[in-house]
Design a protein around this ligand. Sequence first.
Ligand code: NAD
Length: 295
Amino acid sequence: MTENKKTTNVAFIGLGAMGQPMARHLIAAGFRVSGFDLSPDARSKFATEGGQGCEEVSAALWNADFIITMLPNGKIVRDALLANENWRSLKQGALVIDMSSSAPSDTRRLAQDLAAKGVRLIDAPVSGGTKRAVSGQLTIMVGGSEMDVEEARPILESMAAKIFWTGAVASGHAMKAINNYVSGAGVVATIEAVLLGQRFGLEAGTIVDILNASSGKNNASDVKMKQFVLSESFDSGFATGLMAKDIRIAADLARHLDMELGALSATADLWENAAKELGQTSDHTMMMKFLSKSS
Ligand code: NAD
């Protein structure tokens, strides 16, 4: 890492629900940040917040010491860096930090292909949702060589409350998929619990309060049910299609490792069906509508 943050060039690709507030923390920490997103609105919002909005991905990549990607999936990350000769804009020795929730198999391949071009990669997916992206309190799980991870630490620290080193490249992405399996299964179990209790005659708010004071407490009961589901605001900022993608990554990982995990496979199918019916960009808390219909 260059001593002076003001002379460290960071490219930030993907300025969506998560990327926009994350990039804001980098700017506030004093880094020189160039950003690109396919959406012109996202680019101009970024420019009003002190970043350098670029019209082309290659312009953002040019001369960057660090390149952060916060995109829907690993295939899009790969295209952003390598397609259309974009890789020609990558600086020799630059460090790519893929903070998207990508598939570990894609990440391994991308790391090898970038290495052949003299560029390093670590994977640093995040947890905490838009709320903790805004407050700069994300949990980050990082896979990569210890030296590369240490080099990226000042960047990661500007967005995070907790940083875990998980091991080799792609291990952060494996951990993220595993986390989202537990998170997505928790959403389903908690919504089904509320539907079941209501059918019996219990009141929805009471069910959630009792879960939260009992052994059934989980992330969905604690920070999603009243806030986004029972209020019917359905605006948690995380899309059904992204949840479905993450749990499918976990299920593919299990298959690749010759494991039969029945609940994981059922959860992956359920989220994929919900994403098809509700729409990929629907908020994932709309799972309530999907499960209400089929219960
Ligand atoms: P989002 O859809 O809000 O943002 C993605 C952004 O990428 C959009 O602005 C889109 O225009 C842009 N984009 C798509 N293709 C592009 C391309 N080829 N070049 C440049 N920009 C492109 O999604 P998000 O919720 O910010 O999620 C981003 C990543 O973070 C995903 O991998 C997601 O799984 C993960 N994630 C999301 C959350 C959350 O709560 N939203 C939490 C943790 C991790």
